[in-house]
Ligand binder design. Structure first.
Ligand code: XMP
Length: 508
């Protein structure tokens, strides 16, 4: 099925990805396109609507990102911030430099009755601009202004061209969603045909076409992305697919078994589990430096693949869980490049496999939706992000099987209590880490000299920043009591209150 497309032209704005997400949230498929290739893209793909993003440059500068507006004729177009200014300038209006930047919350006040922006019940909007439109192009009408911004919104209904100086995609524009809905459905007449189910049907078909009767290899980590990829492969080319899972012994308690079970029972039996506990623990012996540990863990994934070269080489395709943000970050949405997979630490050169990336158009939350629609359990779909080097970065100092067991047991108790109380739902990541110091305690009548466990739980949107979760003291005290009583080798429990920055989410 061919989806209706909303193209978001990127002029370098910090919120462009967010626009794409907001459009998709309304059930309309959207792609981001760099301004340099936008005219060609619009001619070829014939989107049902176009949104022009904001951007850091001035439309008046010599190096201003530009667009040939003739390609937009007849296409409903919404210009946001820089997008509105470029629309004004290219269609015959005026843009002027303003002495001061306008940044932050503003109130639109009265909007033109019946206009596009009159849908805003709450008039708080978010502005972030220097230049401003001072005269609208012929055929346009000013539909909102503020004291400092003479054209906060403009429209030309006959030409289907709309502009706003503020950012409807950010939450500080309280009714921004209503505005986007109005544009997508009332103005552009979109149907909202982008659903996880449609995505699944299309993807299964295209995997079958691409793979033919070839063989597919899928490296899995137990994380949500690789699990969803494996589920899609299982449904489309299941008997031609082999999943490989390297069990390095550094997963959370029960997770290696869970991967085995999910893959063998839910998907199909072609799962190769490489048990590499001895190899990883052997290489990590005596190593305490965090970066050295990371390097060793990454390199040993490759060693595992080398050892199984014969099996792995007997495949034609490599399926990976690359997501849309990775595609955008790599610069070109069309280039198919093997990214350095966090969990396999870079794949060896001899794996000359063609890459399939069924999730390359999805954001993380969409991957979860697709996983749910495919019937994957909440345990898999809602799994927290987990670092590729696993518990290796949650054990400070040397990584030994005994210390892994301590962390796993403490972590298990913490997780169990979070699940029991439902607190896990509001948390981005939570875990127990083991420190490499000892302290004195007393248990029974005995003096102890043991290691401390640190509990970490953070809220976050994207792992770039994070805040410590504000647990009630009783909860922490209860978890602490359980850990010191049930886990041998631990006599103290600490809670990490630090946000990111200045700390990071992981301890190493
Ligand atoms: P930090 O600790 O830098 O982590 O705040 C941010 C996010 O990235 C995860 N993380 C990693 N993921 N390999 C990975 O695949 C790594 O080496 C690694 N280090 C950190 C971390 O769990 C958090 O979600």
């Amino acid at each position: 099925m061919e989806h209706q497309l909303v193209s978001v032209v990127d002029f370098g704005g910090q919120y462009t990805q967010l626009i794409v997400r907001r459009v998709r949230e309304q059930g309309c498929y959207s792609e981001m396109v760099p301004w340099q290739s936008a005219a060609e893209h619009i001619r070829d793909r014939k989107p049902s609507a176009v949104i022009l993003s904001g951007g850091p440059k001035s439309t008046l500068g010599a190096d201003a990102p530009d667009l040939d507006f003739s390609v937009l004729e007849g296409i409903p177009t919404l210009g946001i911030c820089y997008g509105q200014q470029l629309m004004a300038l290219r269609l015959g209006g005026l843009v002027e430099k303003s002495p001061a930047r306008e940044y932050g919350r503003r109130h639109l006040g009265k909007t033109e009755p019946g206009s596009f922006v009159s849908v805003l019940n709450n008039d708080q909007v978010w502005m972030s601009h220097g230049d401003k439109v001072t005269a609208v192009p012929p055929g346009f009408q000013i539909t909102a202004h503020t004291e400092t911004c003479p054209v906060a919104a403009m429209e030309n209904v006959a030409a289907k061209k709309y502009g706003v100086q503020f950012h409807p995609e950010v939450t500080h524009t309280i009714d921004g969603r209503a505005l986007l809905k109005r544009f997508l459905f009332d103005i552009a007449g979109l149907k909202g045909d982008w659903t996880p189910q449609n995505f699944i049907e299309d993807t299964l078909k295209s995997i079958r076409e691409q793979v033919g009767d070839g063989k597919v290899l899928c490296a899995v980590s137990g994380g949500v992305d690789s699990s969803v990829v494996a589920a899609l492969l299982a449904e489309s080319v299941g008997s031609q697919t082999t999943c490989v899972f390297v069990d390095h012994g550094l997963l959370r308690k029960g997770e290696a078994e869970q991967v085995r079970e999910t893959f063998t029972k839910t998907f199909h039996p072609n799962l190769i589990v490489i048990n590499a506990h001895d190899q990883f623990f052997g290489e990590l012996k005596g190593v305490t430096d965090p970066e050295a540990k990371r390097k060793i863990i990454g390199e040993n994934f490759v060693v595992c693949f080398e050892r199984n070269k014969a099996v792995l080489q007997a495949h034609d395709f490599l399926a990976q869980g690359t997501l849309y943000p990775d595609v955008i970050e790599s610069g070109s949405p069309t280039a198919s490049k093997i990214k350095t997979h966090h969990n396999v630490g870079g794949l060896p050169d001899w794996m000359k496999l063609k890459v399939i990336e069924p999730l390359r158009w999805l954001f993380k939350d969409e991957v979860r939706e697709v996983g749910r629609a495919l019937g994957l359990s909440s345990e898999v779909v809602d799994r927290e992000p987990f670092p590729g080097p696993g518990l290796g970065v949650r054990i400070l100092g040397e990584v030994t099987p005994e210390r892994v067991k301590i962390v796993q047991d403490a972590d298990w108790i913490f997780r169990e209590e979070l699940l029991k109380t439902g607190l896990n739902k509001g948390i981005w990541q939570s875990y127990a880490a083991l420190l490499d110091v000892r302290s004195v305690g007393v248990m029974g009548d005995e003096r102890t000299y043991e290691q401390p466990i640190v509990l970490r739980a953070v809220t976050s949107e994207d792992a770039m920043t994070a805040q410590a979760f504000p647990f009630a003291f009783d909860f922490l005290e209860h978890v602490s009591n359980r850990i010191v009583n049930e886990v041998d080798g631990v006599n103290r429990v600490l809670y990490d209150l630090t946000s990111k920055p200045p700390a990071t989410i992981e301890w190493e």
